[in-house]
Write a protein that binds this ligand. Structure first.
Ligand code: AMP
Length: 195
């Protein structure tokens, strides 16, 4: 199974992604996680991405496309994967199509978690409170200013992917405002209906 998980920050991609990888035995490919690891390790990509990410802006397409290109060559993704946070622009989606076509594979579905924007800030606030309570370090971009930028970036650069994948017939639109278990249930039912 090869999936893309689409949705704004706070939509529940982390939670639903965890469930999908467990249920389907697939690998999660999160460009956000990979970039955060690069920032932590101080690699050239990390140095380039650090300030951009902290502001809540998007890292240049060519940087994330190169990361995904490399990652798709690794053995653990050959059984299937879920892309979380990639693609985020139409140019990235087109590049992904090319990468997959070169491998002779394609996406089974794009799962879009639809949520109303008013709920997102609250969800992120809850995430920050939970992480702080667990003694974990809060992400550099989990603050009101960066969040506003991340939501703007989503609205302007990423939301058009809904139409892009809608035209291809691979889009599954999911009501992300439902309780977590119900969201998972709807996703599984729609994936089943595909196969
Ligand atoms: P995420 O963990 O998916 O919320 O990503 C955190 C940050 O990493 C984003 O706000 C961007 O700065 C950067 N990032 C992650 N994935 C991408 C991508 N596909 N394209 C551009 N920037 C990205």
């Amino acid at each position: 199974m090869r999936l893309v998980l689409l949705g704004p920050p706070g939509a529940g991609k982390g939670t639903q992604g965890d469930r999908l990888i467990e249920r389907h035995g697939i690998t999660r490919l999160s460009t956000g996680d990979m970039l955060r690891a690069a920032v932590k390790a101080g690699t050239p990509v990390g140095l380039k991405a650090k300030d951009i990410m902290a502001r809540g802006d998007l890292v240049p397409d060519e940087v994330v496309i190169a990361i995904i290109d490399d990652r798709l060559k690794e053995p653990d993704v050959q059984n299937g994967f879920i892309l979380d946070g990639f693609p985020r622009t139409v140019a990235q989606a087109e590049a992904l199509d090319k990468l997959l076509a070169a491998k002779g594979i394609r996406l089974n579905a794009v799962v879009e978690l639809k949520v109303n924007e008013g709920a997102l800030l609250k969800r992120i606030e809850t995430r920050i409170a939970e992480m702080t309570a667990r003694g974990e370090q809060v992400r550099a971009d989990d603050n009101p200013e960066a969040l506003k930028k991340r939501l703007d970036a989503y609205r302007v650069q990423t939301a058009p992917l809904s139409a892009y994948y809608g035209k291809k017939g691979t889009l599954l639109e999911i009501d992300g405002m439902l309780p977590i278990d119900d969201v998972s249930g709807v996703i599984e039912a729609k994936l089943k209906a595909l196969s």
